[in-house]
Structure formats: structure tokens, C-alpha cells
Design a protein around this ligand. Structure first.
Ligand code: ATP
Length: 420
């Protein structure tokens, strides 16, 4: 038996305890013994044990001081006195003023986009600002445009959630009824045309939602983005800013990006430079791939609350599978009136075969392969766990029992090996 390690930390006001859980199958239990503390904007309940598993990188911040106990093996654990939390709180206060004005004048609250290179804490700042807003009684909309390391649904998608309560410490924001669009790759660079199309679509749908939900409208939107900020990546960001008609852009830790946006954005867009937290942990390519895998596993099997997915066979002949994007031809070879880029958002039929093994398939709400498929949000995902060429069937892992709905399935580049 391994000995359970026990550590106690006394935190002064305005400081945070940072720790990481690295070893495989390790579990660390955190408990606030006295005082008040929060985790990325969610208040911790005194005396309640919270569990963190392999891969967790955590900061517990206190405004007033507290004592925290950690049980289990942490890779790193230290108390930091230098944090940007006061700056982030000021940003929240400024957004809150705009929400108050929006409520009084019956207009739209602040639409805020968070940008910056990889590993500067964009997702974490989104979570903090959403949590602070919802703790003030607001109902903000969270938009995640990060197709690689997003927080909504599975990787390879963009999506939005109405945030009605603070993120759960262990499970994040409640994923009930998210609005999700299919992209199928882990970087916008894999198909910029498609990425921009679905970003514009999501922005349209959110504008429509805000017209019918006044509370959400005055609470505003927080948009998390990808860490791809140079060249075409920059254009993708400015396209998103335009599509969502953002009011505020928070630039984390990149002066060049800040200056470019200051130069290129219309004057009414407030571009604000923010420092990153010294606690944000850089992740390697392998860690990112593991994080993506973990998100897919969570989608099918749950995290703290377990889910029980179904597994069943489907005949090739009963499936309508498409991938988005035909090989691009030069303009001169295209039919009259079509641009070469149009091919990138075309649906191409995919036949059942071994290549589908381990792939994720997005279940669209669209029944037919017409123009509306890319504009339709997703019902969910299934994963192909086996292909039987003799019987001409696929075995799929699905959150819903059989049969698969008679709708279009969109092939994702993402793979998942189900060895649960
Ligand atoms: P990406 O571009 O890959 O999406 P990001 O900029 O959104 O990255 P985050 O995901 O917010 O960065 O943060 C990276 C990691 O650092 C996360 O695992 C997060 O939990 C951790 N982290 C963030 N802030 C702190 C902190 N103050 N102390 C310790 N860990 C932190």
C-alpha cells in the first residue's frame, strides 16, 4: 500500500495554491479547512472533499485567506503570491457595468472575445469571467471556438452554452443542450473556409437566441478562441470578431497581437492587454493529444457522474456518411460560377470501409445532404469501434440506444480507441 501524503497550506489574502497531478491513476483530494477559496471563479465549500485526477493543473485562489489540505501525491504544489486575479476582477467589474447599462437600456450586453497564443490561460480566464458573471445573477453565453482544446462537446467542434450556474469544480460547466457545429479537425488551418462558415453560422444563431432571451442578451457573451494567432490565424480571429460583432477583445500575453488588433479593429471595439498568470502550465503535443482523448472518453463515459453508452451494429447500406471538403481544384477547372474555395465546404459521400475504424461520426440534425447540413447543429456523436467487411457492418459506440437516427453522419478526422 502506498502511503497517503498529507499537505496543509496556509494562504494569505490574495494568493493561490497551485498543484498538478501527473502520475498515472493518481488521485488528489482537496479540502478547505478554514476561510474562503475559489477555483477558477467557482467557490469551494468548506469541509467538502474535491477530487482531482491525472492531468489536473489547478489553482485555488483566496481573496481573504484560508487553510487548505491536500491528500494524495501531487507533482508540484506551491503557494504563489503574484497572480493577475485583481486585474481579472477589474475586467469583470467593467463588463458588469456594461451589463447593468444593457439591462436598463434593453440592449445587448458586452460580447467579449479572449485571444492569445497557446497556453496563456484563455480557457481559464473564460471560466473565471463566466463564473463571476453567473455569481452576480447573470446568464451569459459561453462560446468556444477552440477546435483543438475546447470545453464544449468533443474536439473538432465549435459550440455554445447558456451558463446558468457556476462551473462544477470537478466537471466544469453543465453540458446540457449545448449548441454544437461540426468542423472535424483540430486546427482551423485544416479548412479555413469551413471554419469561417460555421463561426458565422454560430454567431447568427446566438444573435437570434439573444432576441428571444433578454436575460442572456443583457448578460453578454464570452468567446474563447484557438491559440493560432499568426498570418492566416490572425485573419480567422478578426473574422470571428466581425461575425460576433464583439465589443471587447482581451489579449493575453502577446503585445504584437494586441497592437495588430488595436490597429485593425474599428474604434468602438475595446482592445485590452492582460498579463497571463505565472501558474498557467505549458502543454506538450502529447499532453494536448491526451487531453483531447480524455474529452472524448468523458463524452461517452462521463466524468464524476458515469454514463453508460450503447454498442450496436449498423449496416453500411443504412448509413449516410459524408465528409466536408472535396479536393480543391484551380478556379479554371471549376464549373462556371463556382470558386475553388467552394469545394472546401462541399459534402462528399463516404462509403463504409476499414478507414472508418476508430473514427468519430457527428450525428447531424439534417436529414438530407443539402446546403443546410453545415448550418445545422449536431445531435451528438458516435464512434466506430469495429468494421466487419464480410457482414458489411459497423459497430458503433453511441450515447443513445439503437437505432441511429435516419440523418446525415459527418466524418471527423478525430479518432478514439475505445478500451474502456
Ligand atoms: P489552449 O490555447 O491550449 O486552449 P489556454 O490558453 O486556453 O490553452 P488554459 O487551458 O486556460 O490555457 O490553461 C492551461 C493549463 O494551465 C490548464 O490545465 C489550466 O488548468 C492550467 N492553469 C491555468 N491557470 C493556472 C494557474 N493560475 N495555476 C495553475 N494552473 C493553471
Amino acid at each position: 500500500m502506498t502511503e497517503v501524503q498529507l499537505q496543509e497550506f496556509k494562504l494569505d489574502p490574495d494568493s493561490e495554491l497551485r498543484f498538478e497531478v501527473e502520475s498515472k491513476n493518481e488521485k488528489v483530494v482537496l479540502e478547505v479547512k478554514s476561510g474562503y477559496a475559489e477555483l477558477f471563479g467557482t467557490e469551494l465549500v468548506k469541509g467538502k472533499p474535491y477530487e482531482f485526477h491525472t492531468g489536473a493543473k489547478v489553482a485555488v485562489f483566496t481573496w481573504h485567506g484560508c487553510t487548505i489540505e491536500l491528500r494524495g501525491k501531487t507533482e508540484v504544489s506551491y503557494v504563489a503570491k503574484e497572480t493577475p486575479m485583481i486585474v481579472y476582477l477589474n475586467v469583470h467589474a467593467a463588463l458588469e457595468q456594461q451589463r447593468v447599462a444593457a439591462e436598463q437600456e434593453n440592449t445587448r450586453g458586452p460580447v467579449t472575445m479572449i485571444v492569445g497564443p497557446a497556453d496563456v490561460g484563455k480557457s481559464t480566464l473564460s471560466r473565471i469571467l463566466l463564473n463571476y458573471a453567473v455569481r452576480m445573477g447573470r446568464r451569459p453565453i459561453y462560446v468556444d471556438l477552440d477546435v483543438g482544446q475546447g470545453q464544449i462537446s468533443v474536439p473538432g467542434t465549435i459550440g455554445a452554452l447558456l451558463v446558468e450556474r457556476p462551473a462544477s469544480i470537478e466537471e466544469g460547466f453543465s453540458q446540457q443542450a449545448p449548441l454544437v457545429y461540426h468542423f472535424g479537425h483540430t486546427s482551423p488551418s485544416d479548412n479555413i473556409e469551413l471554419y469561417n462558415t460555421i463561426v458565422s453560422r454560430l454567431a447568427e444563431v446566438i444573435t437570434e437566441k439573444c432576441e428571444t432571451n433578454k436575460k442572456a442578451a443583457s448578460s453578454g457573451v464570452i468567446i474563447n478562441t484557438c491559440g493560432w494567432i499568426k498570418n492566416a490565424g490572425y485573419k480567422v480571429l478578426t473574422h470571428a470578431a466581425q461575425a460576433f460583432e464583439v465589443d471587447v477583445i482581451l489579449v493575453l500575453d502577446n503585445e504584437r497581437l494586441y497592437n495588430e488588433l488595436k490597429r485593425d479593429m474599428p474604434k468602438f471595439v475595446k482592445v485590452v492587454y492582460l498579463p497571463k498568470s505565472g501558474g498557467v502550465v505549458e502543454r506538450s503535443g502529447t499532453q494536448r493529444a491526451e487531453a483531447r482523448d480524455a474529452r472524448i472518453r468523458e463524452y461517452f463515459y462521463g466524468k464524476r457522474t458515469p454514463y453508460y453508452p450503447h454498442s450496436f451494429d449498423v449496416k453500411f447500406s443504412d448509413l449516410k456518411i459524408y465528409k466536408v471538403g472535396a479536393p480543391s481544384l484551380p478556379d479554371s477547372c471549376m464549373p462556371l460560377g463556382m470558386r475553388a474555395e467552394d469545394a472546401l465546404t462541399r459534402l462528399v459521400a463516404v462509403w463504409g470501409g476499414r478507414a472508418l475504424q476508430h473514427r468519430l461520426l457527428a450525428v447531424s440534425f439534417a436529414a438530407e445532404p443539402d446546403d443546410h447540413v453545415l448550418h445545422s447543429n449536431l445531435a451528438g456523436f458516435v464512434c466506430v469501434t469495429a468494421v466487419d467487411m464480410e457482414r458489411q457492418t459497423l459497430t458503433v459506440l453511441s450515447p443513445q440506444p439503437r437505432p441511429l437516427p435516419n440523418t446525415i453522419l459527418l466524418l471527423s478526422e478525430l479518432q478514439y480507441m475505445d478500451n474502456h
